[in-house]
Write a protein that binds this ligand. Structure first.
Ligand code: PGA
Length: 261
């Protein structure tokens, strides 16, 4: 795992945008794995800014897969992850809606939704780069503590902590759905590059547990320790709990110019 402690959220956004752009330049029909939540928004904003400035790559041929989706929201709800990712990233980049996929929360098809999503990701050839956030309880996508490290896409029940964290997107915590469909930790591990973004003091404890703590289902994000190509971009606040942060910085500064993130 490569941990890159950066000064602030703007640096995280710029470097994350560099990574995503490099993938799309190398492979115009790349498969992008997209996270929702607040953390990636500055990176998505930077990708959109560069696209509009004409300096970004063409996104016409990319395919996108979101990590997760709420269950129980009416179709088209503005806080559904399908609507969110369209608004925050894929529509502004000009990516057609039919090239953006998410787990299907239709109530009558829920029992098969996980298997169908796994098949869709596999049929696309797998994810080239997966953008990730981390929950304050260490969750990855909506894999809450206790999730199998080998899990596949399936329905999960959110913890109270996550529902409180996400209440800011809804009128109240009572409006946050209890159930979600989420890629499993095993699904996420099959992406070729994991790019975890963490900003703010609220992520410091979870990030330290994920990066330097034991590999454990009690901290789902610790599964990154099993991945051959995982990159963590964090700001100073999120890095505050990392015992080896000075070393990570030294490694990054000494990185050979020929070696990409
Ligand atoms: P956040 O969520 O980016 O909104 O903090 C991260 C997550 O829940 O994975």
């Amino acid at each position: 795992m490569e941990v890159v402690p950066l000064a602030d959220a703007d640096e995280v956004a710029a470097l994350a945008a560099d990574v995503v752009e490099a993938v799309v330049r190398a492979r115009p029909d790349a498969v992008l794995g997209l996270a929702t939540g607040s953390t990636p928004l500055p990176a998505y904003g930077e990708l959109i800014r560069r696209h509009r400035a004409g300096t970004g790559p063409s996104y016409d041929a990319v395919r996108c897969f979101t990590l997760d989706e709420y269950v129980g929201l009416p179709p088209g709800h503005p806080e559904s992850y399908r609507a969110t990712i369209a608004r925050e990233l894929t529509d502004p980049l000009g990516i057609l809606p039919e090239r953006v996929h998410g787990p299907d929360p239709a109530p009558d098809a829920l029992p098969t939704a996980g298997a169908r999503y796994e098949e869709a990701v596999a049929a696309a050839g797998g994810v080239d780069v997966q953008v990730l956030g981390i929950g304050s309880d260490g969750h990855l996508a909506f894999n809450e503590p206790g999730s199998s490290l080998a899990s596949a896409t399936r329905i999960k029940t959110l913890t109270d902590e996550t529902r409180r964290d996400n209440a800011r997107f809804f009128g109240s915590v009572d409006e946050v759905p209890r159930h979600v469909l989420t890629q499993g930790l095993g699904t996420i591990l099959r992406a070729r590059h994991l790019l975890l973004l963490a900003t703010g003091a609220g992520k410091a404890a979870a990030l330290a547990a994920a990066v330097e703590g034991p590999l454990t289902a009690s901290c789902p994000a610790s599964v990154l320790q099993l991945h051959p190509h995982a990159t963590v971009l964090c700001d100073a606040e999120a890095a505050a709990g990392l015992a080896r942060r000075a070393h990570y910085r030294e490694v990054y500064e000494a990185k050979p110019a020929w070696q990409p993130l």
